[in-house]
Design a protein around this ligand. Sequence first.
Ligand code: HEM
Length: 510
Amino acid sequence: MFDQTWFYALVAGVIFYFVFFYKSRTNRLLAKFPTPAEGHVPLLGIMPFFLRTPRNELLGYMSSWGDFYGSVVRLWSPFGTALMVSEAKAAEKLFNSQTNITKGNDYDWVRPWLGDGLLMSTGEKWGHRRKMLTPAFHFKILEDFMQVFNAESQKMVKILKKECQSGNTFDIHHFVTRCALDIICETAMGTSINAQDVHDSDYIKAINEFGRLAQDRSFRPWLHFEILWKLSSLYKKQKAILKTLHGFTNKVIAERKAAFLSEKKAKPSEKSVDDSENVYFKTKRRLAFLDLLLEVQAEKGEQELSDVDIREETDTFMFEGHDTTSSNVSFTLYALGCYPQIQAKVHDELDSIFGDDKNRPVTSEDLTRMKYLEIVIKESLRIYPSVPFIQRTLSTDIPLDDGRIMPKGLTVGIFIYKIHRDAMAFTDPEEFRPERFLAGSHDAFAFVPFSAGPRNCIGQKFAMMEEKVMISTILRSYNVKAMTPPKELKLLSEMILRSENGLPVQLTAR
Ligand code: HEM
């Protein structure tokens, strides 16, 4: 009896602490952040706003909150409260934190596909994997991918010839996406899906459908509850899609592993081409990321890296590595089509590197000479960041310079799209002006398309190399003209930035 009384008293004490101390502390700290009044209604908070606002108007509204309410705003709904950061100084605190590396709830919608791969994992598992995967993005490995970047880009140029000759207006994103898909499949898995020729393979359809489904789920708050989600028709659809996605990766892994093991058996003592410790350099042939993971598995054992782990990482590269780059390449070509003087400068630079030769493959040496193209790509990433939003769940309090505290346990969104439009960091932020990157005087955290800090993008060098090859290969053959002015683009704030009305362009031969 005595013991029970103590037990109940303890439970009551914990509840009391949580409700009256911890909760009230969190609420007290949160009350210091303004809530955009026009977006919230009593009892339901921000939820109706997200449900009724056309998706292509969300970026505009949310950007205006940053202008009117300051660097950090509080958004609440019956499902919880979140903060949204839209200024570099406040975002820097998060980026620099070594402990606040856990992703927010919004990533849960892609977890069924990616599992606990590098993008999604946290804590020790993430640290361990990041260390293991970083050498896979070594320059020597990336250089081997140049051949794939070139072959697929040249193929895209051939396919675009039809559009050019017919004088059609077409959405450049469709073509770039298929090329980027072929590149990532080849480099991540060492297999070809031929997306540029065969548009409707089951795997490609599944990738596109999975993205749409995850987006639909994120915009329907009732489907955030696992029980309601599992009762929905979308869940059944997702299950079928996952079967295709995982089935494809599993099959490729099994095939590559069998080939890898038999090769190892045939040449057990293949000499390293490099004296370094890097396990990835121990073979002479070009490896896909998947092969590099198989090398690690062979070296360190399946307890260290199982087949499921390999699938998660490979799927993560597939997901992170194609939509992001195709969004950026498409927006860059579109922007060049809007500003002919800037395009002329890119053409001049390419002519100085390649002369009249439209067919010679791009080398890594050429890439280092594409300095102007590089700042064009950066300016395009500033105005049209492929990843407009990222999210963290705080594991510790984060104090801001003005004395306010973002409290532990909270979900915080970092609004990259708005950070990039800060007039204090970039004069006339809405203007496309690549030269601003020559001055290089902006705050390091004012331009963060690849995020920053410990959880920055592991694939950024890969992305830059791939994009320079794709864009330069197109521009050596064509002039691009944009057929819709930037003001008329209906930008969608999805996981990856898109234009709802496409990126219509016309090409003429050079
Ligand atoms: C223009 C191209 C790209 C952009 C703008 C971009 C942007 C980003 C951003 C913003 C993050 C942080 C996400 C977050 O914190 O939630 C990220 C992470 C990541 N990216 Fe990229 N990315 C690009 C290309 C690539 C490519 C080509 C690959 C792989 C081949 C890749 C692989 C990854 C991975 C694995 C992560 C997770 C890293 C970690 O958490 O340790 N990305 N990327």
